[in-house]
Design a protein around this ligand. Structure first.
Ligand code: FES
Length: 259
């Protein structure tokens, strides 16, 4: 299978722009894979051959990379790819329960799509949003503080075409193919929309401000940035070692044992 002339011409134009951003063509492989994924929704043989040709590498090298990263899919996913975080924190906060109920509700498992092609599910390992656990993602946008009921309603709404908004970030949800194009390096203008960091994520910053803590000096400001930082150049620790941040340790917590 290869692309038709029109698609190929368009992809070649985009690929040229992407490759031009890197000192060596092969460095553009990751965004190029997102580009071909934005065309067909997953990585096909045609996509692999296209990337190899554009970058002057072998299809085996492209396949090796495409099969390593889980963001590249090798079978069709839904218009809305729904990730449920089942990593430790989300799992204990209800992520495992959400996954079980959602999978049963939709009748599909990990990296499988519903028969209408609207939704697919994926078990995800930490979305880097643990302060909002349990967290889900739709096409990489956040849905915070989820419950099994909210998760099932979300998927039902996506399948029925109802408008769904993420908890933070853009004011509209991109489809899987649109999101893949953004990851290829073609912004859709939604990146700066909406709340970026919620209050839960800013607690540490607030504590630092109250206590007058500052980040260590950046390497660029040092006389010899290439040399390792010496202990005497480091600022004093913000507090006594072993003393819990933000007051006394909670009863029964492990903090008190960190002496
Ligand atoms: S464990 Fe779920 S976002 Fe980190």
């Amino acid at each position: 299978m290869t692309y038709g002339p029109e698609v190929r011409e368009r992809l070649e134009r985009d690929a040229k722009e992407i490759i031009g951003r890197y000192p060596r063509p092969r460095s553009a492989l990751l965004p190029l894979l997102h580009l071909v994924q934005s065309e067909e929704g997953h990585i096909t043989e045609a996509g692999i051959e296209f990337c190899a040709e554009q970058l002057g590498i072998t299809p085996a090298q492209v396949t090796g990379v495409a099969t390593f990263y889980t963001q590249y899919k090798h079978a069709p996913v839904g218009d809305y790819h729904v990730g449920v975080c089942i990593n430790t924190l989300c799992a204990v906060m209800g992520g495992d329960q959400i996954w079980d109920e959602l999978s049963e509700h939709t009748g599909v498992g990990h990296d499988e799509a519903t028969p209408d092609g609207k939704v697919s599910l994926e078990r995800i390992e930490c979305n880097a949003a643990c302060d909002f656990a349990p967290v889900m993602m739709v096409n990489w946008e956040f849905f915070d503080n989820m419950t099994p009921e909210k998760a099932k309603r979300l998927v039902d709404d996506l399948r029925s075409g109802k408008q769904v908004l993420p908890s933070r970030g853009p004011k509209s949800l991109a489809t899987w193919k649109e999101a893949s194009r953004v990851l290829a390096g073609f912004p859709d203008g939604r990146a700066g929309e909406g709340v970026q960091a919620g209050p839960e994520s800013l607690v540490g910053l607030e504590i630092a401000k109250q206590r007058g803590w500052e980040a260590p000096r950046a390497d660029v400001e040092r006389e010899r940035p290439e040399e390792p930082v010496k202990p005497e150049d480091m600022g004093s620790p913000p507090q006594e070692p072993g003393k819990p941040v933000g007051g006394e340790a909670k009863p029964g917590s492990q903090e008190g044992r960190n002496k």
